[in-house]
Write a protein that binds this ligand. Structure first.
Ligand code: PHE
Length: 458
């Protein structure tokens, strides 16, 4: 972020500043770890198709709406909602947006800890050990080790936030993001050319309606929010740093494109490898959160230079995870500073306590706390479900409400066209935000809750 101050508020230097920072937040574990396992689990090609359609319609609409709200109010979510009008509804809406990052960052850091652990093992040269059967399970069920690595990752993120070295992070980001793309390309080529991998490429790229279920839509939708960092106030905050002469439509398009490209590449790294090494075993495909930690080590153990490539891969994943965790923390801390008027250091300390407390539940959830479940889920899965399937649809519903009923589409158009560009997709935007988004959100919300409580099975 540039340190230019306009009206005491920091602003990005231009479109590139916005795109890079937002992409740094958007590209993270969601793309490399979460997207491939959801795609593998919920239908392969049909999941990808549904996801792409959602990004182009729904994602586009929400991303533009949130960025415009941020830029017109020049505030972070609670304040932004407040300055659009008064009333309890808006207050609640602002806070829901603001609380989501506070709930995500603890369990996000647990996965960040898993990445640190794997990086460490590669640095020690334990290339074959980590690819061994059952290695991952024995790691995550070992409470002490998981907790240790979770704290390592959390401290790294907290120290950066405390020191506020945003500039440093951004400078590194410029180099790391392209490096991530190049490395991903190399691994994709390696992965898809393994004998037997083609079936995986087909499974991931060719939609097969037989694999479709309602869960395909629900999970693709939750993933879209998560990956694009929408429905959690982040884009409102980033929009508030955006200068008036930057085209909202263009800038958000670039972010969405980049984010989706990285997710698709991650799918192509991981899913074909499942076919090459496990013959497309359905149990492996449905493995869930462990998928990346099992298939990637398998690839590295079989390829030449697997050790160095493994190190590089986990360094880049760690970096992507850190930039995302930092943006989550930054938004949490700034909410506490802005709304509760605490100092930045007090807010950071309070966030550290919340993070370690909630994160510990998630980190021990597969091991010592394995017997404790909430509505049938381990803590980590529960927090993931609560934020992605329940709170984000609610936050997005508020955004639809505020745009259509409080601010008005004309005002959004005024904001989008401030840069001198036309609002090219206004018709789609209007239709989506008025009708399709709210209906869809309500259906998703009700069905995912009903599913968890066993009223329906998806
Ligand atoms: N979008 C990030 C990812 O894909 C996660 C994230 C969510 C980051 C919310 C910031 C805010 O990993």
């Amino acid at each position: 972020m540039n340190s230019n101050e306009t009206n005491r508020r920091a602003s990005f230097s231009g479109r590139l500043g916005f795109v890079l920072s937002t992409a740094g937040s958007a590209v993270g574990l969601g793309n490399i770890w979460r997207f491939p396992y959801l795609a593998a689990r919920y239908g392969g090609g049909i999941f990808l198709l549904v996801y792409l359609l959602l990004v182009l319609t729904f994602g586009y609409t929400m991303i533009v709406a949130e960025t415009a709200i941020g830029r017109m109010t020049r505030k972070s979510p609670v304040g932004a909602y407040h300055s659009c009008g008064s009333g309890k509804m808006l207050h609640v809406g602002g806070w829901i947006n603001a609380i989501i990052p506070i709930l995500i960052v603890p369990y996000y850091s647990v996965i960040g800890g898993w990445v640190c652990k794997y990086l460490f093992e590669y640095l020690c040269g334990h290339l074959n050990a980590v690819a061994g059967d059952g290695y991952f399970t024995s790691f995550i069920t070992n409470g002490v080790s998981v907790e240790f690595w979770f704290i390592v990752f959390s401290l790294a993120a907290l120290i950066i936030i405390y020191a506020g070295v945003e500039n440093g992070i951004e400078r590194v980001s410029r180099f790391m993001m392209p490096a991530l793309v190049v490395l991903a390309l190399i691994i994709v080529v390696y992965s898809v050319t393994r004998p037997g991998a083609l079936a995986g490429v087909k499974y991931f790229l060719v939609p097969n309606i037989k694999n479709f279920s309602w869960m395909t839509v629900v999970s693709a939708m939750g993933q879209m929010f998560y990956s694009l960092s929408i429905a959690m106030g982040i884009l409102i905050t980033f929009g508030s740093y955006m200068k008036d002469d930057v085209s909202i439509e263009q800038a958000t398009f670039h972010v969405g494109f980049f984010d989706t490209a990285i997710a698709t590449m991650s799918g192509l790294m991981i899913i074909p490898a499942v076919f090459a090494f496990n013959g497309g075993d359905p149990a492996t495909l449905k493995a869930g959160p462990s998928l990346m930690f099992i298939t990637m080590p398998n690839i590295f153990a079989h390829m030449g230079f697997g050790g160095p490539v493994g190190i590089l891969f986990f360094v880049l994943v760690l970096f992507a995870a850190l930039t995302s965790a930092i943006s989550l923390l930054e938004s949490a801390v700034s909410t506490l500073v802005d709304e509760l008027h605490w100092s930045r250091s007090l807010s950071t300390v309070i966030m550290a306590v919340i993070m370690i407390g909630l994160g510990t539940l998630s980190s021990l959830g597969y091991g010592p706390l394995g017997a404790v479940t909430i509505i049938g889920m381990q803590f980590l899965d529960f927090f993931d479900f609560l934020t992605n399937s329940v709170m984000m649809p609610i936050a997005a519903l508020f955004t639809c409400y505020i745009v259509t009923r409080v601010i008005g589409i004309d005002r959004i158009e005024e904001e989008v066209t401030k840069s001198g560009m036309n609002f090219r997709l206004k018709a789609i935007f209007t239709f989506m935000i008025r009708y399709l988004c709210p209906i869809f959100l309500a259906v998703i919300l009700i069905s995912s809750i009903a599913n968890v409580f066993g009223f329906i099975s998806m």
